[in-house]
Design a protein around this ligand. Structure first.
Ligand SMILES: *Cc1c(COP(=O)(O)O)cnc(C)c1O
Length: 248
């Protein structure tokens, strides 16, 4: 088990390094985030003890279940799943430093209210639905700037950039279009000169498409299966709105 994880990590780091070289980028511009849904705390710990620091869950429930076991191993927690407003209180208990999946104003407002009363702040990325698939979360690209402006007014939410899940397709050029949409939005938002935000992070690219994402400017790639192996649940369990609402 340990050898497998270490071996896979090595392959991923090489892939990132090679993709950066090919794109003329410095590999320290790209952070590797481990998507740990369904992965046991014990296996996550192996990665954390061997050079990795950044992990993310999709569900508050899993964050909670693994929290005790991981809390003494240094790491940074992001959140990358669909966040329901009734889970806000919970998520703020588990040291999540960045919510990458902020995709609607009512969630932002409720997060802000709670953070404000607790005198806390949190980093966020605006999640954009670049693939136009109904089953994926994220704000419509046409409304992303408007949402960014409104979230920027909420003092407890520190916008750091954008996140997207690219199209699942074997056709690289279609996937690339999604990443280009995110990059273009980033550039547009920068031109808008919105105060109280940073726009440096582009979280895009996963096990199957990280090279394309890096070519298009990713600063965070989110990798699960390529490090920890296949998951027993289909991804629709995490990404399909109706299923997610039923099961959370
Ligand atoms: C699971 C997940 C990933 C990682 O996907 P893999 O294909 O396993 O690398 C990335 N981003 C999000 C939002 C995820 O839910």
């Amino acid at each position: 088990m340990k050898e497998d994880i270490l071996h896979h990590l090595e392959i991923i780091r090489d892939r990132i390094k090679y993709a950066c070289e090919k794109a003329g980028r410095n590999s320290n511009e790209v952070k590797l985030l481990l998507a740990t849904k369904t992965v046991s705390a014990e296996r996550i710990k192996i990665a954390l003890e061997n050079g990795q620091n950044l992990i993310a869950e999709n569900k508050v429930q899993e964050l909670k279940e693994k929290y005790e076991e991981l809390k003494h191993t240094p790491h940074t927690n992001h959140f990358i799943g669909h966040l329901q407003t009734n889970k806000i209180k919970d998520i703020l208990r588990y040291d999540v430093s960045c919510i990458q999946s902020l995709d609607r104003l009512d969630l932002a407002e409720k997060l802000h209210q709670k953070l404000f009363t607790e005198n806390k702040t949190i980093e966020v990325l605006i999640q954009v639905n670049t693939s136009n698939e109904e089953s994926k979360f994220g704000v419509d690209p046409a409304r992303a700037i408007e949402l960014t402006k409104k979230v920027a007014e909420l003092s407890t939410l520190k916008i750091k950039g954008l996140m997207t899940i690219g199209l699942f397709s074997a056709e690289t050029e279609k996937v690339r279009t999604c990443f280009k949409i995110l990059k273009n939005l980033q550039q547009e938002i920068i031109r808008e000169n919105i105060s109280n935000i940073e726009m440096n992070e582009l979280s895009m690219g996963m096990s199957g498409d990280l090279e394309t994402a890096i070519e298009e400017g990713a600063t965070i790639v989110r990798v699960g299966t390529a490090v920890f192996g296949a998951r027993i649940y289909p991804d629709s369990y995490y990404w399909d709105e109706r299923k997610a609402e039923n099961k959370q």
